[in-house]
Design a protein around this ligand. Structure first.
Ligand code: HEC
Ligand code: HEC
Ligand code: HEC
Ligand code: HEC
Ligand code: HEC
Length: 196
């Protein structure tokens, strides 16, 4: 045993052996990091679908009932944010519709007390990124092109990648996302457009 240890020790004093050992340790570490990086869930939360304070279904409202998206998200063509509807919009129907159901009762009592629902935010770009719904919606890009088949979602989930590469790949070639005959050829690619 001692003999083997001594032999190893002698080997380790050889600079070439130490170099090879250091290089293989670094390579092993790099492999571990790479595998970890690619195996982690999307760091921009694709598929994120938090439970909401009441079980509001897009499949019911935007699908079966076919209520237009902008009836509830009226900011989409008017401001940076599409916005989440106030209780006023819900009560437009729910003063008379399903008034006995527990979630609608909760809605009504919040409305009467002047409260609001704390909807959990689903999409969230990092603070250093500037996004504006207006140019996209006015260009005629459908909500679903970015957000996926919202009208089929019982629980709303993030269906789009919020990575820079996703924004840029459409900006370089937006034709498929635009209505036929659109005069727009490209979206901006300069850094300042999205990082201001
Ligand atoms: C009856 C009102 C209503 C209609 C119609 C509606 N929505 Fe919503 N939407 C909401 C409410 C309330 C929320 C917040 C709760 C939730 O996420 O489910 C929401 C959330 C969202 C979100 C996620 C917001 C976030 O936090 O990131 C997106 C995206 C969205 N809606 C897109 C759409 C699209 C696209 C349509 C049309 C196909 C649509 N909505 C139709 C009421 C509505
Ligand atoms: C070009 C892609 C794109 C299109 C088209 C688009 N959105 Fe969005 N939407 C986004 C991105 C990106 C975010 C996240 C913004 C952020 O975190 O600042 C977002 C966020 C939202 C949100 C939550 C935050 C907010 O802005 O209030 C809602 C609600 C929403 N979108 C609804 C809609 C609806 C409704 C339409 C169609 C009328 C639509 N979006 C069209 C990309 C898009
Ligand atoms: C244009 C009318 C309309 C608007 C606006 C509307 N709803 Fe509804 N909602 C309905 C109808 C109709 C039903 C019942 C469908 C059925 O027969 O099951 C319903 C059902 C529901 C249910 C299911 C109730 C149960 O008993 O399971 C919830 C929860 C709900 N709505 C929440 C909301 C919220 C929150 C808003 C506002 C963001 C909203 N609704 C806006 C028409 C509307
Ligand atoms: C599906 C295609 C598509 C996607 C995805 C998309 N964009 Fe765009 N974007 C466009 C087009 C097309 C324009 C140009 C509109 C015009 O020229 O009127 C544009 C314009 C813009 C502008 C310029 C606004 C202005 O006021 O000049 C910004 C900023 C922008 N996009 C940010 C983003 C960001 C950030 C993302 C990703 C989170 C993104 N876009 C994803 C198609 C897209
Ligand atoms: C069309 C919009 C858009 C344009 C143009 C754009 N970016 Fe980004 N950028 C994003 C978005 C969205 C993110 C956040 C998601 C991500 O990190 O991929 C981001 C993230 C970044 C980050 C942070 C990366 C990280 O890992 O946190 C850097 C650095 C960056 N961008 C630099 C640039 C530079 C430099 C340019 C110009 C050559 C540029 N961006 C142009 C949308 C854009």
């Amino acid at each position: 045993m001692d003999r083997i240890a001594e032999l190893l020790w002698q080997r380790l004093r050889d600079p070439a052996v130490r170099l090879v050992l250091a290089a293989s340790a670094a390579a092993a570490l790099a492999v571990v990091c790479l595998v970890g990086w690619s195996a982690q869930p999307d760091r921009f939360s694709r598929g994120f679908a938090p439970a909401q304070p009441i079980p509001f279904s897009h499949r019911l409202h935007a699908g079966s009932l076919a209520i237009p998206c902008q009836h509830c998200h009226s900011g989409a063509d008017r401001s940076r944010s599409a916005g989440v509807p106030s209780l006023e919009i819900c009560m437009g129907c729910h003063k008379v519709t399903r008034i006995k159901s527990p979630p609608i009762r909760k809605l009504a009592s919040l409305y009467e007390s002047g409260g609001s629902l704390a909807w959990k935010r689903v999409h969230s770009l990092p603070g250093h990124v500037f996004f504006d719904h207006r140019p996209h919606v006015s260009a005629g890009i459908a909500c679903q092109t970015c957000h996926g088949p919202v009208q089929d979602m019982a629980v709303l989930r993030q269906d789009m990648s919020l990575r820079m590469s996703h924004c840029l790949s459409c900006h370089r070639d937006p034709k498929a996302a635009l209505p036929a005959g659109s005069a727009i050829a490209r979206g901006p690619e300069n850094c300042y457009a999205c990082h201001r």
